[in-house]
Ligand binder design. Sequence first.
Ligand code: ADE
Ligand code: ZN
Length: 335
Amino acid sequence: MNQNVNVPKAELHCHIEGAAPTNLVKRLAGRHGVDVSEVIDSKGKYVWSDFTSFLKAYDVASSVFKVPADYALLAETYFRMMAAEGAIYGEITISPDHAQAAGLSYRSYVEGLAAGIERAKTETAIEGRMIAIGIRHFGSASVERVVKEVVANPHPLVTGFGLAGDERSGHPANFSRAFRIAADAGLGTTAHAGEFGGPDSVIAAMEFLRVKRIGHGVRAIEDRDLVARLVDEEIVLEVCPGSNVALGVYSHLRFHPVNILRKEGVKITLNSDDPPYFGTTLGKEYTSVADTFGWSFEDQMAVTRTAIEAAFCDTATKKRLLVRLDSANRQDGDS
Ligand code: ADE
Ligand code: ZN
């Protein structure tokens, strides 16, 4: 696999707590007296075996981030890692519920993360934004509480609202009010759907949450009419191939529908979701998909363009990012 840092990359879907390298988690666990031995093995790998145990390990590892400086360090670490792989833009999902569980106010949580994003930008020029998420399996009251807190405490880098957690629990109709509040406040909206749920779950997210971006969405491939509708309505899929293979949605990357969706004309982006849990990075996602499906340098550039065009950031920032993208040159050896 030939990592191509010459392709400028942009990411729309990565959970910041899920991006924590295990060495950082262990270091903070030691500092705050948290036991993470059940979720990180002796080789420094996260321990989980299915989606339920993944979510559990994620909760335990997230609990080591206690103060704004911890979150600043996490965000700075992640954005620097992305920039080192050629990324110019990243949106991280942030989870006020996890911050609250760690004893931190929403405002302190966001300010800590923003400080880390700004530090990484100063060093590497990478741009970052945050998407606050409600957790589906906590129920609609919890998700509405989150959106109200986000709207009551606006921050220039928090530009989106989303829904994550266990897709098998709770119908999107339960969350339509939360999404209306978010949209009325000018936030971009996205929701996980079509990861463990089938096409109906994607349709319900589109109809009840009125989202123009879907987290994953790949199981739309099981319904031809839905694929046509995604094309027609220009819905952008935040595709996370490595995550889908790691969690067993597809048995191997070559059976993943990302290439067919793209060929059908669906707007797709590439994303790492929870990179160290799934043994991936944004750079690896670009490279493994390009290698598996024969995507050219130009194909990969087009993926980044789609991500920037669908990004939850202001027009001036998008224009600047597109200029950076257009100035990237194919180099000898790129494919
Ligand atoms: N939270 C973190 N990773 C997730 C995923 N892959 N699906 C749903 N919720 C998540
Ligand atoms: Zn996700």
